[in-house]
Design a protein around this ligand. Structure first.
Ligand code: F6R
Length: 222
């Protein structure tokens, strides 16, 4: 079962994530990080950037693989995950852009940070996804397009219909999975993830079978 940590807020979750990843990079300077986009990891990336700078950690050899990407948006679109990962991770941490790939197709042995959709998706593996590995083209669920419209001026029509994502099998090969979720809107998905049966109806429930998964949630999501 995943370990579940209930924190006060996103800032506290960010501190936990940052300490864990900073120590990993110190011990393994060429660590591979799996990187999610969306709102959930933002405080964690900011906290990690602070620790990296305060402790002068050498990140020049760190590699990163994003979980997913929209199809149909130019890379230069501010909401493409290419742009988002560069704006929220590569630049603040000072990573080598050549070593960060969006989306990733090689992740084995990496620690991976993820958020969770209100419908239980991880990466963009929507309900009904198999445990397949590799990087796959998928159709976004209507609920996900509604949720993500906030990044597109509230207009669902601007949210792409399709995406490319690491499969659940690939995500499960990460050495350490960290799932972050905040707010009451995630409570049902977290309940299904932690206490429901392992089922394709809640892709994140696959974490129950991972040997080292950490779920960090605030009280509302818990
Ligand atoms: C994005 C990703 C998604 C998001 C999920 C939650 O790379 O993997 O699974 O983590 O859609 O998004 P937020 O954090 O914006 O609620």
């Amino acid at each position: 079962m995943p370990e579940i940590i209930i924190v006060k807020d996103e800032a506290e979750a960010g501190e936990l994530y940052a300490r864990c990843v900073a120590d990993l990079i110190k011990a393994k300077p060429d660590a591979v990080l799996g990187l999610a986009t969306g709102s959930s990891p933002l405080a964690a990336y900011q906290a990690l950037a602070r620790v990296v700078h305060d402790e002068a950690i050498d990140v020049s050899a760190v590699r990163g693989f994003a979980l997913d990407e929209y199809l149909g948006l130019p890379l230069t679109h501010p909401e493409s995950y290419h742009s988002t990962i560069h704006r929220t991770v590569v630049e603040p941490l000072g990573l080598d852009p050549e070593k960060v790939h969006v989306p990733g197709d090689v992740l084995e042995g990496a620690p991976l940070e993820d958020g969770i959709g209100t419908d239980g998706h991880i990466g963009f593996n929507e309900p009904g996804s198999s445990l397949a590995s590799g990087t796959r083209v998928k159709t976004l669920a209507e609920q996900t397009r509604i949720d993500n419209a906030r990044f597109f001026d509230g207009d669902i029509n601007q949210v792409p219909m399709h995406c490319i994502t690491q499969g659940i099998g690939t995500i499960m090969k990460a050495r350490h999975l960290v799932l972050l979720a905040f707010g009451a809107g995630k409570a049902e998905a977290i309940e299904e993830t932690c206490e429901g049966g392992v089922s394709a109806f809640c892709p994140a429930s696959a974490l129950q079978m991972h040997p080292h998964a950490t779920i960090i949630v605030d009280e509302e999501a818990a």
